[in-house]
Ligand binder design. Sequence first.
Ligand code: ADP
Length: 262
Amino acid sequence: AAEGAYRVRAVSAGAGRILVTFADVTQARLTERMRVDFVANASHELRTPLATLMGFIETLQGPAADDTVARQRFLDIMASEAGRMARLIDDLLSLSRIELDKYVRPQTATPLAPLVADVARTLAMRLESDERQLHIDLPADLPDVIADRDQILQVLHNLISNAQKYGRTGTPIAVAVQHEPGETPRVRISVTDQGEGIPPEFLPRLTERFYRVDTSRSRSLGGTGLGLAIAKHIIERHRGVLEITSEVGQGTRVSFTLPAVA
Ligand code: ADP
């Protein structure tokens, strides 16, 4: 913070001693700015489906009160918008829970194979309806990882859902797991799709909350704009690294590392 603005936070003089502490005001301002932006963004994201809901409620109370066909169609839209609000609230709660214990490192030895199988089972129906196959490459002699099982489930769920949302019907999604032995042994898990890809200029900011390549497309696919932010927070809490590589027209690969049991 060489160019930061500093403010003297406290001065106390004891017997022959002076203690001065400085606070980096620039950093504090930045953090405050981010918090304000986040609340504004979250409110806006919640307001959008709410406005749609209110609009349809008014229509159903008035002009469309006796139109049974329109009523059914409107109710379907309302259900989907309410679902979007519920997902958004779930994601916001997830984020704040992860923030709360971001300094507590997970300690439990967790086998990966059943975890990957769990996610595959949960997503099977959705993938099938989209004619998508999940290719899983899991070595037999994989060490356990040190991880919070539920949180890693959530990361895998978010990444595979993205591969499905932004992929192409009929193309497979590959989940690969590799052991990277060494001084700090770790396991790398990657999710690769053959979808539309992401232009390079977007890559650095994708893990920011509510940052999307195409907001209306994300919304229409049921996205909240928080999936990758949640994934990054969780992986950082595990002292792992999340990486995104992509080529427009070819596809995207999101990988992350987790510490392995030595
Ligand atoms: P969302 O709910 O919008 O999917 P995410 O945080 O999961 O939010 O992702 C942020 C944005 O990154 C998405 O809106 C999309 O533009 C882009 N993205 C994420 N994963 C992929 C992918 N596999 N292929 C192409 N674009 C992706």
